[in-house]
Ligand binder design. Structure first.
Ligand code: ASP
Length: 346
């Protein structure tokens, strides 16, 4: 029996014990930060009703993750639970509501990483898994591997007792219309394949990826990311989201975080690992390192409107830089303050 459980058993018998702290060591402060994708998100593009829905769902996800942390669950549990809220919402480009590939299919990528052990699990191009972040966690915990893809990942899901869902489950009219729009643009410009630069310039719908970083009572960090990738992707394209160091990272020695934007740039920069390296080898703060990656390195490689990231360190410092007009984002800080933002100028 653990010490805290032992004290709890005695407390009702002797009221005297009720005043004693239940944990032997003081708990570490807790915090959580999330994004719901970066991109061309402006007040002009948003109706009041949509804005309310986005803010409300971001809040719900943050509260879900934070409640896990308050109840003493791990940062991994918090990330998984919070991300599942957004995967289950049709608003975000993850799980239900994911964007469509060139062929009108949905292909989902996700990854989760444990900052304590630096273990990670990921899946890519799965087509029938409602909550890819959960499957990513199972890859981490039940296999010696890091990344499983396509039908192999789905076979593993079945072996783990996950019920696969039909492609229809993911359908939203908004994402379908977005694909038709991009296909029309493509036809007009006679481009054989949408270049990442083209996507940045013309595809205002390339956002909605979700990500989370959390700090738990034991002082452990975790990070997770889940996405449908980019509208009109093809030929089995996989982006940064399921790749450790590119779209997700967690190391207790530095930070935990998640990226969102045009994955090709994040992959070339190993963007999140670079943030970690700057912290570890140069002694930079999380804020300095994250700002440098998003506002200098990413801009040098791909220009503005390429993306953003969220990050959290063990001191509870939170960052959410982006070089796009907006990014769905929010946090509950170490004082318990909940904040949700969308636009650049708020
Ligand atoms: N990074 C994702 C990808 O390239 C997309 C996004 O974050 O919106 O697949």
């Amino acid at each position: 029996m653990s010490f805290s459980r032992f004290v709890r058993c005695l407390a009702p018998v002797a009221g005297l014990f009720a005043a004693l702290p239940l944990a032997a060591a003081p708990a570490h402060k807790i915090a959580i930060v999330m994004h719901g994708g970066a991109g061309t998100i402006t007040r002009g593009e948003m109706t009041a009703a949509m804005e309310t829905q986005y803010r409300g769902t971001m809040k719900e996800a943050l509260k879900t993750g934070y409640a896990e942390l308050q109840h003493g669950s791990s940062s991994l549990d918090a990330c998984e639970a919070a991300i599942e809220v957004l995967e289950n919402s049709p608003l975000f480009n993850a799980g239900k509501g994911a964007v469509f590939t060139h062929n009108g299919q949905v292909e989902l990528d996700a990854a989760i990483m444990d900052g304590r052990t630096m273990k990670a699990g990921a899946v890519a191009a799965v087509q029938h898994v409602a909550n890819p972040i959960h499957l990513a966690r199972l890859v981490m915990e039940k296999t010696p591997h890091v990344l499983l893809v396509g039908t192999g990942a789905e076979d593993f899901a079945i072996a783990q007792g996950i019920k696969l869902v039909p492609q229809d489950y993911f359908f939203t009219q908004r994402r379908w219309d977005a694909l038709q729009h991009v296909l029309n643009e493509e036809r007009k410009s006679k481009q054989a394949m949408a270049e990442p630069e083209g996507i940045a310039g013309t595809n205002a719908h390339a956002f909605g990826t979700v990500g989370c970083a959390a700090l738990d009572r034991d002082g452990n960090l975790a990070g997770g990311t889940s996405t449908g990738g980019l509208t009109n992707k093809r030929f089995g394209r996989v982006g940064d989201s399921p790749l450790v160091g590119d779209g997700v990272y967690a190391d207790n020695a530095t930070f935990a975080g998640s990226g969102t934007g045009i994955g090709e740039y994040y992959m070339r920069l190993n963007l999140l690992k670079d943030v970690s390296d700057l912290m570890e080898y140069k002694g930079w703060s999380l804020q300095k390192a994250a700002n440098y990656e998003i506002h200098t390195k990413l801009v040098k490689l791909g220009g503005t409107n390429t993306g953003g990231m969220i990050g959290l360190d063990r001191a509870g410092d939170i960052v959410m830089p982006f070089n796009t007009p907006g990014m769905y984002r929010g946090y509950v800080d170490t004082h318990g303050h909940l904040v949700v933002k969308i636009y650049g100028n708020e």
